[in-house]
Structure formats: structure tokens, C-alpha cells
Design a protein around this ligand. Structure first.
Ligand code: HEM
Length: 197
């Protein structure tokens, strides 16, 4: 089995769990839920920014004018409650040089590039459910180019990782899925929202 299929089958359950949680949560049914969804994606991008940058420097991917992290921040700015929250979003310090292994960076990039695949559907839902004043540039961008990037990413995943330890790439992807799930639970409980409500 090639690495992509190994990643896909080993993370199928984690993906289904996260997908189900997010779908049941209804991220576009009110501004608080939308903010929690965007904060989840921001935290994942902050954690994996160096992995995405590494993979982008190794292979040709359709480029974006603005990073997804920037787009998430600007969407969040349309939802913040007060000026100090807005300042935190504008002033976030960039993390330093990465000490992650190539295996970890490919595993994380797999999860992050893959996370864009639900973008078209989510953008459609956001368009029909969210009031106009809330920004949705992040989802619009995913809906526009996720498919093209994914095709290029999957090809590169096979051609560029031949010297790597597949088990470590898979473990990194699994860790990130597990962390995404925990971060989502923490964000929900800190905003006093339960998925069942
Ligand atoms: C409501 C939320 C989500 C929906 C509806 C969704 C939906 C999808 C869909 C439709 C695909 C394409 C499947 C295919 O063509 O075979 C996909 C792939 C993927 N998604 Fe999600 N997704 C969601 C959330 C996430 C999140 C939060 C992550 C990670 C943080 C994630 C990671 C992935 C990965 C890694 C793939 C690629 C799997 C592969 O084909 O190798 N997804 N998702």
C-alpha cells in the first residue's frame, strides 16, 4: 500500500470522529460556534505552520496570495468581542525555526492539506447559514483551490518521501488528529457549548 493509502486507512476512524463531532456541532449555526471552529483551525495552523512551509518549499503547490492562517485571523476579527481579543489576533508572535523531523512535517502536512477537502461543502453551508457580516475568506479560499493543491500534494507525498520512515509519518498524522480532537473539546468547554446542545 502506498503512503497516502496507509495514512488514509490508519486515520479513517480519527477523521470520522472529528468529522462527526464538527458536523453535529454545527459550526455555522451561530457566531459563537463559528468562532470556535475558526479558533480550532487557527490553533492547528499555528502548530503546523512550519510543516506546511517546509512541504511548500520542497514541492510545487498552487500558491495562495495570503496564507490560510492570515485568512482565519481576518475572519475571526469580524467575530471578536473586544479590543484586547482583536489585538491578540493581530499581534500573534511567529514561532521560531522548526526542530521537527521530515517525517513529522509530512504527516502534519497530510492532515492539514487534507483538512481543506471538506472546504467546498463547509463554504456552501457558511454562505447559506451565516449572517453576511461574518467573514468567510478562509472557507472561500479552501473551496477555490483545495482540490488542485490536494492533487499535487498526493503526487508529491509518494515521490518525495521515499527515504523516510512511513511509520513515523503515520504516527505524526495520528498525533495531530488526536490533538485536533482534544483542542476542539477544550475550545467548546471554555465557551460553555456542548455538542449536544
Ligand atoms: C465537518 C468537518 C469535515 C468534513 C465535512 C470533512 C470532509 C472531508 C471530505 C469530504 C474529504 C474527502 C474524502 C475523499 O475524497 O475521499 C476529507 C478528506 C480529509 N479530511 Fe476532512 N472533513 C472535515 C474535517 C476535517 C478536519 C478538522 C481534519 C483535520 C484536522 C480533516 C482531515 C482530512 C484529511 C487528512 C483528509 C484526506 C483523506 C485522504 O483522502 O487521504 N478533515 N474530509
Amino acid at each position: 500500500m502506498n503512503l497516502r493509502n496507509q495514512l488514509k486507512s490508519s486515520s479513517a476512524q480519527s477523521h470520522a470522529r472529528l468529522d462527526r463531532e464538527l458536523s453535529d456541532f454545527g459550526p455555522f449555526t451561530d457566531p459563537t460556534r463559528y468562532r470556535i471552529f475558526l479558533n480550532l483551525m487557527l490553533k492547528l495552523h499555528q502548530r503546523c505552520g512550519s510543516s506546511l512551509a517546509y512541504v511548500e518549499s520542497e514541492i510545487e503547490l498552487p500558491s495562495r496570495n495570503r496564507s490560510l492562517e492570515d485568512l482565519i485571523r481576518s475572519d475571526l476579527l469580524t467575530l471578536v468581542h473586544d479590543e484586547s481579543e482583536a489585538r491578540d489576533l493581530r499581534d500573534d508572535p511567529r514561532s521560531g525555526a522548526s526542530t521537527k523531523s521530515a517525517e513529522t512535517m509530512w504527516g502534519e502536512a497530510y492532515v492539514m492539506e487534507g483538512s481543506a477537502m471538506g472546504g467546498k461543502m463547509m463554504y456552501r453551508q457558511a454562505e447559506s447559514l451565516l449572517p453576511q457580516e461574518f467573514g468567510r475568506d478562509y472557507l472561500r479560499q479552501l473551496s477555490f483551490d483545495a482540490g488542485k493543491r490536494w492533487k499535487a500534494f498526493v503526487v508529491a507525498l509518494e515521490s518525495e518521501t521515499s527515504g523516510l520512515d512511513n511509520g513515523q509519518v503515520i504516527a505524526a498524522a495520528q498525533n495531530l488528529f488526536d490533538d485536533a480532537y482534544s483542542i476542539f473539546q477544550t475550545l467548546k468547554s471554555s465557551d460553555s457549548i456542548e455538542s449536544s446542545s
